[in-house]
Design a binder for this molecule. Structure first.
Ligand SMILES: Cc1cc2nc3c(=O)[nH]c(=O)nc-3n(C[C@H](O)[C@H](O)[C@H](O)COP(=O)(O)OP(=O)(O)OC[C@H]3O[C@@H](n4cnc5c(N)ncnc54)[C@H](O)[C@@H]3O)c2cc1C
Length: 464
């Protein structure tokens, strides 16, 4: 029997869990066997959005969501709060997979999805601290500037204009985010900064209000056609949906479907007005730079910097453990990077550090789908771009389940099957070599000012 944390333990999961209103006391577990129309494993954004749109499409449907801990326990409650139009596969890669029009349609659908999240949050009275201030990506070396130009050129070649992504001069970039060493950058308006846990918990309340049965503290052991099996009972349903993202390898038969890769974050104490005068981020645009090993940040509604990055190792056997959420060396590296970006921070106090697993598919391309013959469905593999993408997944699964013919069900990620990851220890070697290569590439570029050869390895790892 696995012991489950109490509400005050869930508060400690992240800055967002600590500051989300309402109780984190888990709801009742599944009490025994149950008949439903749709059974969903996992109450992160994917499971909750799917339940939400299904309950709208057909209020008569019996929907049961089984969550191992509490709604919003996973990445959905702990992320960087970028509700962005980013999709893990590039336009070029989608074009190679499914053609030019499909690639463009995917990116346009992602842009519309950002606004759809904002629309539902407002309609459901979810105060998720929504601020659609866009994203500024800083270029802090000649190589990063070159990458910024390449990104804009790729966007233009697919018909995306200045209103979607534009190149920034050094002055413009610094005007948005007053970081050190800025040579320029890019700006896209298609992103909102949010408080992620407020969205997750608010969505859970919204689906409960709509009659969805949400069982917490209910670990799912296995998914099979017509059956979602837990320790306390089986939900029998025509449709069974996997929405477990980075935790998927714990499900029987899913060991090699997605690799859990950790992203870690820190939050500073609220900053004084003088610091904000220098840092900027007025309108709360999210920010990053163009290094390989991704960093991301936002100015929170209560005046802190919440800042994260990859770099924590992948763990052998796709292991996911609470201790992996906190790696002091990564927190220190994030602290150093943040101070280097914004020297005005000086020795400002870092009050929180946390992390969580992302789901990474072997080809780095997210997917959503439903097998007509078995009724088994899934969505995931968002890498680090799931806040908005999960909403598109939820609408797509709802359309597929209700047999609604819509444009979003024809998008190229629908029904896409990523290859399975290699067996261990190859998976461990490959995933960590990729992460290491990104880190080397960044260090080599910072030293030499030229694109590094490790960057080519990174490109291969990303399949871009
Ligand atoms: C630190 C961090 C920062 C990130 N920043 C961003 C960002 O700024 N922007 C962005 O777009 N994306 C970001 N992401 C990614 C984004 O948060 C995820 O892609 C998204 O939340 C995935 O939602 P999900 O519902 O599919 O998965 P999750 O939120 O992980 O939900 C899966 C749920 O399944 C439950 N579960 C697991 N195993 C079982 C089981 N056996 N039985 C029942 N339930 C189970 C878990 O408890 C969890 O609640 C970040 C992720 C992390 C970790």
């Amino acid at each position: 029997m696995v012991s489950m944390p109490a509400a005050d333990e869930y508060r400690k999961l992240s800055f967002w869990h600590e500051t989300v209103p309402g109780t984190l006391e888990p709801g009742d577990p599944l009490p025994g066997d149950l008949d439903a129309d749709v059974a969903i494993a996992g109450a992160g954004y994917t499971g909750l959005w799917t339940a939400y749109y299904l309950s709208h499409a057909d209020p008569g449907l019996k929907i049961a969501v089984c969550e191992r801990d509490i709604a919003g326990f996973g990445a959905s409650g702990r992320n960087g709060g970028w509700c962005s139009a980013l999709f893990p596969a590039s336009l070029g890669k989608l074009e190679r997979m499914s053609g030019r029009d499909a690639a463009i349609a995917m990116y346009r659908a992602m842009q519309a999805t950002v606004d759809e999240v904002g629309r539902v949050a407002a309609a459901e009275g979810i105060d998720c601290h929504w601020a659609k201030g866009g994203t500024v990506q800083l270029a802090r070396s000649a190589t990063q500037m070159e990458r910024a130009r390449d990104e804009v050129a790729e966007a233009r070649s697919f018909g995306f204009g200045e209103e979607d992504l534009r190149l920034l001069s050094a002055g413009e970039a610094r005007g948005l985010a007053g970081a050190s060493g800025v040579l320029g950058g890019t700006f896209t308006p298609h992103c909102a900064a949010i408080h992620p846990s407020r969205l997750a918990r608010g969505l859970a309340d919204a689906v409960r209000r709509r009659g969805v049965s949400l069982f917490e503290r209910t670990p799912v052991l296995r998914l099979a056609p017509g059956r979602l099996v837990t320790g306390t009972g089986t939900v029998r349903a025509r449709y069974v949906i996997r929405a477990t993202e980075g935790y998927t390898p714990v499900l029987r038969g899913e060991q090699r479907t997605l690799a859990p890769v950790y992203s870690l974050m820190i939050a500073t104490a609220p900053l004084p007005e003088e610091a904000w005068a220098e840092i900027g981020l007025a309108g709360r645009p999210t920010f990053s730079d163009l290094r390989h090993l991704i960093i991301y940040g936002q100015r929170t509604a209560d005046g802190r910097l919440a800042f994260g990055g990859r770099g924590a190792p992948y763990h052998l056997g796709s292991a996911v453990r609470p201790s992996f959420d906190r790696v002091p060396a990564v927190f220190n590296a994030l602290r150093r990077t943040l101070a280097e970006l914004f020297p005005v921070l000086g020795d400002v106090k870092v009050t929180h550090g946390w992390g969580g697993p992302l789901g990474v598919p072997r080809d780095w391309c997210a997917s959503a789908g439903l097998e007509g013959s078995t009724g088994l469905g899934w969505a995931g593999g968002y890498v680090g771009d799931g806040v908005a993408t999960t909403n598109l997944a939820g609408r797509t699964l709802a359309d597929l389940i209700t047999g609604t013919d819509s444009e979003i069900t024809r998008l190229p990620w629908v029904g896409h099957r990523s290859p399975r990851w290699e067996p261990e220890p190859l998976r461990w070697l490959g995933a960590n070599a990729g992460l290491q290569a990104m880190s080397w590439a960044d260090r080599a570029e910072a030293r030499t000012g030229r694109p590094s050869r490790a960057a080519q390895v990174v490109g291969r790892f990303l399949g871009s």
